[in-house]
Design a protein around this ligand. Sequence first.
Ligand code: ZN
Ligand code: ZN
Length: 354
Amino acid sequence: MSRADRLADLVEERELDLLLVTNVVNVRYLTGFTGSNALAVVGRDVRRFITDFRYVEQAAQQVEGFEREQGPQDFLGALTDGWPPGELRLGFEDDHVSVRRHQRFREVIPDRIALEPAGGLVESLRVVKEPGEIQRIAAAAALADEVYGVLREQGLVRVLERDVALVLEDEMRRRGAEPAFDSIVASSERGALPHAEPADVPIAAGTLVTLDIGARLDGYCSDCTRTWATGELPDDLAEAYALVLRAQEAGLAAVRPGPEGREIDAVAREIIEAAGHGEHFGHGLGHGVGMEVHEAPRLARTAEAALAAGNVVTVEPGVYLPGRGGVRIEDLVVVTEDGHRVLSGTTKELVTVH
Ligand code: ZN
Ligand code: ZN
C-alpha cells in the first residue's frame, strides 16, 4: 500500500473526507517532491498535488500517483475549486499552519467544506520507517562516523571551537551531505551547556569536548554526540564520563518494541540519579530521527507512546557540571522486531584526542 493509501485510511478513521497537507516535509514524504513550495490533498479517491510555476518541471519528474496541478500566482488560490461535490470535512495540519494561512484557507476554500484541525496524521506514518528509509538514515549515520574519523586524525587542542565546527560541516558537504543542524562543539565549562554554540575559544588540553553532529543525506538525517578527552582528565570529569556511558548503554539495552518512551528514559535516568547527578541531566533521553532531526517518538519522562519496530530514536543521556564541563553520548538506533540495531559506529570508549 502506498503512503498516500495508508494516509487515506487514517483520514477515514478520523472521520474526515480529505486532508490538506501543507507541511513541506510531509508533502515530500507522500509525493517525493523535494521543492520548497507545494501542497497535497489526500482522501479515499483524491490525490491532488499543487505547486507553483517554478516547480512544475521538477514535479513532473518527481511526483507519481498524484494529479499534478500548477496553482495560480498566489498558489493557495488553487484551493478555490477542484473539490468533490457536497458537504465535506477537510482536515488541515494545525500544528504547522499559521493563523494568517488559516484565514487564507477560509477565504479560498468553499464554505461547504469544513476545516478541521488534524495535525500529526502524516507524522504518525513517518514514525515507522520503511526499510529504504532506514537505509538512508544508516547512510547519514555512517557519513557522520567518517567525519568524526577525520576530526580525530586532525586533533583538537588549541583549535578554536568554531573552526572545529567548520571542519565538521565542510567534511559533511564534501561527502554530499549537509549539516542537519548547527554542529555543537563545546569544550571545558561550555560543555555544561547542552546546546552551547561553538565559541571563538581555543580548546584546552586536559578537558572534555562535546561534539554533536548530524548529516542530512538524501532527505534523511542522522544525529550523533561524542565527548572526547583532550588529555588526562580531572577525576570529576572522568567519573562523569564513566557514569554517562553506563547510563547510555543501559538505556540502549532497553530499546525494543513495547516499552513506553518514559520507561526507556527511566532506565538511564535512574542510574544517573543513583550516582547523585539527577539534577545534572535536565533533558529527555532521546528523540525520533528521520526526515527531521527531531520527530516522534520521544524518550522522555512524559513520553507515553510505546516503541515499535521501525522507530528510529537517539539515546543520549548527559551530565552537565556547571563551571566544570559536560558529557553527552548519543547513539542513533533503529527498533527491530526483536530488539534494536545501533546505527552509530564511532566508538564510545573514552578516547583522547590531542
Ligand atoms: Zn545530537
Ligand atoms: Zn539528538
